[in-house]
Write a protein that binds this ligand. Structure first.
Ligand SMILES: Nc1ncnc2c1ncn2[C@@H]1O[C@H](COP(=O)(O)OP(=O)(O)OP(=O)(O)O)[C@@H](O)[C@H]1O
Ligand SMILES: CC(=O)N[C@H]1[C@@H]2OC[C@@H](O2)[C@@H](O)[C@@H]1O[C@H](C)C(=O)O
Length: 383
């Protein structure tokens, strides 16, 4: 058996709400011990900079390009990740020298799988220098080079978590993990088979809607949605998007779905309808799986919106499925992506596959990621 490594994962997701940090101990294969995890929120001004960065990234044709303010944003984003690691280590009394590797996702600013283009900003070398810990980063690129969608990458981690869950009583197979982040994605764990893909808009539409019409970053606790009603025509318009009926599953860019026009709904009805769309999109996408999951395990920020969760539970029940929030199974729905990035970093170091034909459509199982080594020596400047 390979040595168990201490790995930190860092995730800044499509919601652009902050940096999730988690530490796990793993051999990159079957052994996973989950350690501390936390999240550090971005201040509103930095979120605005990230949103501007997404607009500026639209013109990118070569993934090395950094038009507009993107180079500066990349540097500042990396420094924020370095600060998060330092704070996390301090808060948990962990020494940098005791951590073997950081798995660094960075921030996706553009994702166009049809063009073989995916761009995550984040400077691995700078992060390794700042934290004095080895870094694995840019983990989506190799998958795309080999014909994959470049996402989702979390299924390899879902698979190892599912091994630990399968003996629990009352948890019927097949299991599907659903991450309701900015975009939602699902992972189906069948017998000897994993199938995964993005399942639709997650919280992004709701976030954009309430920000534009109420000046709030998200619908906390589904408070706004719970005052509204589902507008069937508006919901049908989203759910009849070709994404759901296409023969081939594909991964999504944050901008693939756009919020309704302000004139189409009241604040409350808009939030209610988009919450329903989020839930119904998952169930609609699940129809493309090899079998309907008996158990859904929900992670990501959307599980904290009870309106989405009630709709999802109701729709799933009609198909005979049960829905659990990750915490009901002693998992952490906030830190799972960060844990996954730690796990994937160790797999990368060991040359193990990160993605499979069933998870991203890649031509064969492939590893990925670039390595940045921590500085050697005492840390004093060379003269
Ligand atoms: N208490 C809450 N009530 C309702 N919604 C919430 C709550 N907390 C978080 N959310 C929603 O979850 C979102 C953040 O989710 P999460 O952190 O899982 O996304 P992400 O990791 O950025 O996205 P992705 O998985 O697509 O990369 C917020 O933008 C918000 O919409
Ligand atoms: C290109 C990109 O960053 N995609 C994200 C996004 O957020 C959710 C969904 O879309 C998923 O495909 C992916 O993240 C998860 C963590 C993944 O790769 O598994």
């Amino acid at each position: 058996m390979s040595r168990v490594l201490k790995a930190i994962g860092l995730m800044s997701g499509t919601s652009m709400d902050g940096i999730d940090v988690a530490l796990i101990e793993t051999d990159g294969d079957t052994v996973v011990g989950r350690g501390p995890a936390t999240g550090y929120a971005y201040d509103p001004a930095f979120r605005q900079r990230l949103k501007r960065g997404l607009d500026e990234a639209r013109t990118i044709r070569d993934r090395q390009e950094r038009p507009g303010t993107l180079a500066e944003l990349e540097r500042d984003l990396t420094l924020r990740h370095a600060d998060s690691v330092k704070t996390f280590l301090h808060e948990n009394n962990i020494l940098a020298e005791d951590v073997d590797v950081i798995g660094f996702h960075g921030q996706t600013v553009l994702h166009r799988p049809a063009e073989g283009l995916t761009v995550q900003i984040g400077e691995g070398e700078m992060l390794a220098r700042e934290t004095r810990i080895d870094v694995v980063y840019d983990m989506r690129a190799n998958d795309m080079i080999h014909g994959g969608q470049g996402a989702p990458l979390i299924p390899a981690y879902h698979a190892v978590l599912a091994r630990g869950l399968s003996e629990r009583q009352g948890l019927k197979a097949p299991i599907a993990f659903v991450n309701i982040g900015g975009i939602s994605n699902l992972t189906f764990i069948g017998e000897g088979e994993i199938v995964a893909y993005d399942s639709g808009p997650g919280n992004t539409l709701i976030d954009q809607w309430v920000e534009a019409h109420a000046g709030i970053p998200f619908d906390q606790g589904g408070m706004v949605a719970s005052e509204g009603s589902v507008l069937p025509e508006l919901a049908d318009r989203y759910l009849s998007h070709p994404f759901f009926s296409a023969a081939k599953r594909r991964s999504l860019d944050r901008n693939d779905f756009v919020p309704p026009a302000g004139s189409e709904a009241s604040l409350e009805d808009g939030a209610r309808t988009l919450a329903y769309v989020t839930a119904a999109a998952i169930v609609r996408s699940a129809a493309h799986l090899p079998a309907i999951p008996a158990t859904y395990i929900i992670c990501g920020g959307g599980r904290l919106n009870p309106v989405i969760m009630r709709d999802l539970a109701g729709l799933a029940e009609k198909a005979g499925s049960r829905v659990f929030a990750a915490e009901a199974l002693e998992l952490d729905g906030d830190s799972m992506e960060a844990e996954a990035w730690a796990y994937l970093a160790v797999r990368s170091l060991r040359g193990l596959p990160l993605t499979y034909p069933g998870t991203t459509g890649v031509s064969r199982p492939v590893s990925g990621g670039r390595r940045a080594a921590k500085p050697t020596g005492t840390g004093h400047a060379e003269v």
